[in-house]
Design a protein around this ligand. Structure first.
Ligand SMILES: [Zn+2]
Ligand SMILES: [Zn+2]
Length: 594
């Protein structure tokens, strides 16, 4: 691994390349117009590339991209040095006299300053220019030494979109031109391939092709409807996690869908989480809410189960609970952002001393599950208390919990980064960010330590000292929500689910009607062995049937005709392995069970 990899993005060479490409593009775009007709706003590097915002005399179209790229290549070929110059605000204003957005930025810098993303700057601010050739930009850098260090064959103008100045919809609408830039041509090629592949793997597209789920105007946005195949997937996913949890000593509970609003007042959710909750339902002057999370319900259940002693700890309550969260309809996307989601949620009640071992257990459980789904590349973000005031005042408990999490991660050799000030208001947390086959990162599992809610809801246990204490609660989700995780794995597998997860594992294809009976008999035998089988008794020709089921990415297709019927054999076609010789049903069951 190179040293470069360990630098934060905004200090890396790639960041400088992208930032420099943004300047070069701003020059190329400006030159499409008369002097000062193009008004330039801001142009930062972003993930995978950069953008620049412009106010222009006309709308840019994709046909302009070629000309822009061509001009950029000329500027790159000229190897113009990037030169920094610190200036006074008067000098800056004189330079950008005809550039109102820059003038506004300069005035902002005078008043304390914002960075190129429009975020306030901390500390002292100097005003500086970066110039290459004739083009001057108001900029803090950093940049490469000269334009030639942006590789001619490693960038591309990608798209154009509308963007408001400073992200404020009351302000001027600008044209945002997106570009991508890399250090090597192969990196650009790989990036473009991943984009293409991501389009092909879009779970909304595959979900429709495989007939897994639908959204309906009649039901409303963000509430997916699952077909029998889709529900089978959900069932298999949940059954798997349930089995793992049971093996790890977790127990399952069930707590309904509606909760009195008063409980959320007590727990603090109404105050902190109101915008994500559906409006109340009122019955005889009592307000109820659709459950947006399980924590308060599990804690009340804990309380109702009677007095607890430390000897019962840890108690681990898991639930596959469908929760309802209010998301703006414009922000809903397929299964990854929905209004009804089923969390594989768990709350662990324990003593402060048990936090490390419980965290380790949860860590191993999460690792096992991610491994099963073939997510081999993941990291952990450990969010810790910062110095800001939003954190509860119990520094000793905090420190103890943070040490416990850190020590568990180190002992288990899990790669992690610490983020100060990012913890939840009730305690430190560890988020698992997994990379899918396209290298995209998804935040999946989370483990959070909580000192606050248990005391707000008056939970107690009798400690070793015979007096009452407040338990620590660890919140833990493995796959997050069934819906979102399904969306992620559809793309991860491109719809080719592994055998254990395939909603239909085997399709029987009888060649003619006279083979239907035999096909049915074999199917019954396979079902008996616990396999998920369908018989295609449609009137389609054999080849059409095979084509259909291949498109459906079914792991095994069993063609049966006269030969197979007489010999009491099957002729399997496998999705993932080389074609197989005809074999007896028993042999086939053995093969599949492997
Ligand atoms: Zn800049
Ligand atoms: Zn919780």
């Amino acid at each position: 691994m190179s040293e470069e990899k360990h630098l934060p993005y905004n200090e890396s060479e790639l960041y400088k390349v992208r930032h420099s490409a943004a300047h070069i593009m701003a020059q190329a775009v400006s030159e499409l117009f008369e002097l000062d007709e193009a008004k330039i706003a801001i142009g930062p590097p972003i993930e995978n590339g950069f953008y620049y915002d412009f106010e222009l005399p006309r709308q840019l179209v994709p046909e302009d991209f070629k000309a822009i790229e061509k001009r950029m290549r000329q500027i790159i070929a000229a190897k113009q040095p990037f030169e920094k110059k610190v200036v006074t605000s008067e000098e800056a204003k004189a330079q950008f006299a005809n550039q109102p957005y820059k003038i506004e930025l300069i005035e902002g810098l005078e008043a304390g300053g914002v960075d190129e993303y429009g975020e306030p700057l901390e500390g002292e601010t100097e005003i500086s220019f970066y110039q290459h050739g004739e083009f001057v930009d108001l900029c803090r850098g950093p940049h490469v030494e000269h334009t030639g260090q942006v590789n001619q064959a490693s960038f591309k103008i990608m798209s154009i979109a509308g963007a408001y100045w400073r992200g404020d919809e009351k302000k001027q609408q600008l044209q945002r031109v997106y570009g991508t830039a890399w250090q090597k041509p192969q990196d650009l090629k790989d990036h473009l391939w991943r984009l293409e592949e991501a389009k092909k793997r879009d779970h909304r597209k595959i979900g429709k092709e495989l007939g897994l789920f639908y959204f309906s105007e009649d039901i409303g946005p963000g509430i997916p409807l699952f077909t029998p195949k889709g529900e089978m997937l959900r069932h298999l996913m949940e059954e798997y996690v349930r089995d793992v949890q049971t093996r790890y000593g977790y127990e399952h509970v069930w707590t309904g869908h509606i909760v009195k609003e008063d409980l959320y007042k007590k727990s603090g959710h109404l105050e902190n989480y109101k915008d994500s909750m559906f409006p109340p339902m009122v019955d005889e002057n009592v307000s109820y809410r659709l459950k947006p999370m399980n924590c308060p319900s599990h804690m009340i259940l804990f309380k109702e189960m009677g007095k607890h002693s430390y000897r019962e700890f840890p108690m681990r309550f898991s639930e596959f609970a469908t929760l309802y969260r209010y998301e703006k309809s414009g922000e809903l996307t397929g299964l990854t952002r929905v209004r009804s989601l089923t969390q594989d949620d768990c709350h662990i009640f324990c003593t402060p001393e048990q936090v490390e071992s419980e965290f380790t257990l949860a860590l191993n459980l999460v690792k096992e599950v991610l491994d099963r789904y073939e997510f081999t590349d993941y990291r952990v973000d450990l969010s810790l208390k910062g110095d800001t005031g939003k954190f509860v005042d119990d520094p000793e408990k905090w420190e103890q919990a943070e040490d416990a999490l850190r020590s568990a991660l180190i002992k288990n050799k899990v790669e992690y980064t610490e983020a100060y000030g990012e913890a939840a208001f009730y305690g430190p947390k560890a988020d698992f960010i997994a990379k899918d086959v396209l290298g995209r990162e998804w935040q999946l599992s989370t483990i959070q330590v909580d000192f606050i809610q248990p005391s707000k809801l008056d939970l107690v246990y009798i400690g070793e000292d015979n007096s009452e204490h407040t338990p620590v609660v660890i919140h833990r989700a493995v796959t997050g929500s069934t819906e979102r995780f399904l969306g992620v794995i559809i793309e991860h597998y491109a719809g080719k689910f592994p055998l254990w997860l395939a909603p239909v594992q085997i399709v029987m294809v009888p060649i003619a009607d006279r083979h239907n009976e035999y096909a049915g008999k074999v199917a019954a035998q396979l079902r008996e062995a616990g396999l998920r089988v369908k018989v295609d008794g449609s009137r389609d020709r054999m080849n059409a049937k095979i084509r259909n089921h291949t498109k459906m990415k079914v792991p095994f297709i069993l063609v049966v005709g006269d030969k197979e019927m007489e010999a009491e054999m099957v002729a399997p076609r496998a999705r993932d392995i080389e074609n197989l010789e005809p074999m007896s049903v028993e042999k086939f069951i053995e093969l599949v069970s492997e």
